[in-house]
Write a protein that binds this ligand. Structure first.
Ligand code: COA
Length: 263
């Protein structure tokens, strides 16, 4: 069904694998359409409780396909803008996916590849991974990825790495908050991703979706009366919800809640 990605679903986990290794998984219009569609499907599929973004080959993702960017530059303004919006919208869908998302990073990520990583809730890489926001080197800017990258690494590091376009190591990416964990090799990567997936599968699916919305609603906001009231409203709703009641009852009755496979 797709030409540039592979999708699979197993035991509550949806995996979208970028599969254009000969182009270092750079994304062009076709890949963006497929990725966008796959994210929508995974978001809507009740069998998927966690979404993992991975890729084949040497690189995680070399960002925007520069042949496509060059082609888009020759379009009329409307078509050029439509193309840019498609990429911005795909990243938004990933960032706001109601399921928890993970990036499994086996190799370098540049430009939009860093954007993909930043859009995921949890990011784990091997030491092989390197990162760079190379856009300004090409006379471009990291525009559509910027809200996600700045949310991940903060304005201070964005200023350095977006302006210098330097490559930085997995260790530096970990230090500045782009990565949550670094592991030695691909076997350890799968193990580490599996551990986080297991933790996520223990948690209420509805609570996870609500928790993602909570983080977005509260992040970077001053502690205003409106924010405080909003948080009170949210917990009021959640503790009266079916899933909230089930979770609390399960704890008090010393049993597993009904969203965890029994046995
Ligand atoms: N867009 C289009 N093609 C790309 C690409 C991209 N973003 N990144 C890599 N490729 C292509 C190369 O042009 C090359 O094509 P060719 O075989 O027809 O010559 C092929 O992928 C292999 O790349 P190559 O540079 O030979 O491999 P490498 O292992 O030496 O380096 C990278 C890999 C990813 C480090 C390097 O290609 C690179 O820096 N790419 C640009 C990444 C970038 O700046 N992305 C941000 C865009 S906004």
């Amino acid at each position: 069904m797709y030409n540039n990605i592979i999708t699979e679903t197993d035991l509550g986990v949806g995996i979208i694998t970028l599969n254009r290794p000969e182009r270092h998984n750079a994304f062009d219009d076709a890949l963006i359409v497929e990725l966008s569609d796959a994210i929508d499907r995974m978001a809507a599929d009740p069998a998927v409780r966690v979404l993992v973004i991975s890729s084949t080959g040497k690189s995680f993702c070399a960002g925007a396909d520069l042949n496509w960017m060059k082609r888009a530059a020759g379009y009329g303004n409307d078509e050029n803008l439509r193309d840019s919006r498609a990429l911005a919208e795909m990243l938004r869908k990933l960032a706001q996916c109601p399921k928890p998302t993970m990036a499994r990073i086996q190799g370098p990520a540049y430009g939009g590849g860093v954007g993909l990583v930043a859009c995921c809730d949890v990011a784990i890489a091997t030491f092989e991974a390197q990162f760079a926001l190379t856009e300004v080197k090409l006379g471009l800017i990291p525009a559509v990825i910027s809200p996600h990258v700045i949310a991940a690494i903060g304005e201070r590091y964005a200023r350095r790495y977006m302006l210098t376009a330097e490559r930085f190591s997995a260790a530096e990416a970990y230090r500045i908050g782009l990565l949550h964990e670094i592991v030695t090799d691909v076997a350890a990567l799968d193990e580490a991703v599996g551990e986080i997936v297991d933790a996520l599968l223990n948690n209420g699916p509805h609570a996870l979706a609500e928790c993602k919305q909570l983080i977005t609603a509260v992040a970077w906001k001053p502690l205003s009366p409106q924010v405080i009231e909003d948080t009170a409203q949210r917990i009021t709703r959640l503790r009266a919800s079916e899933e909230g009641r089930e979770g609390m009852n399960a704890f008090l009755e010393k049993r597993k809640p009904n969203w965890i496979a029994q046995g």
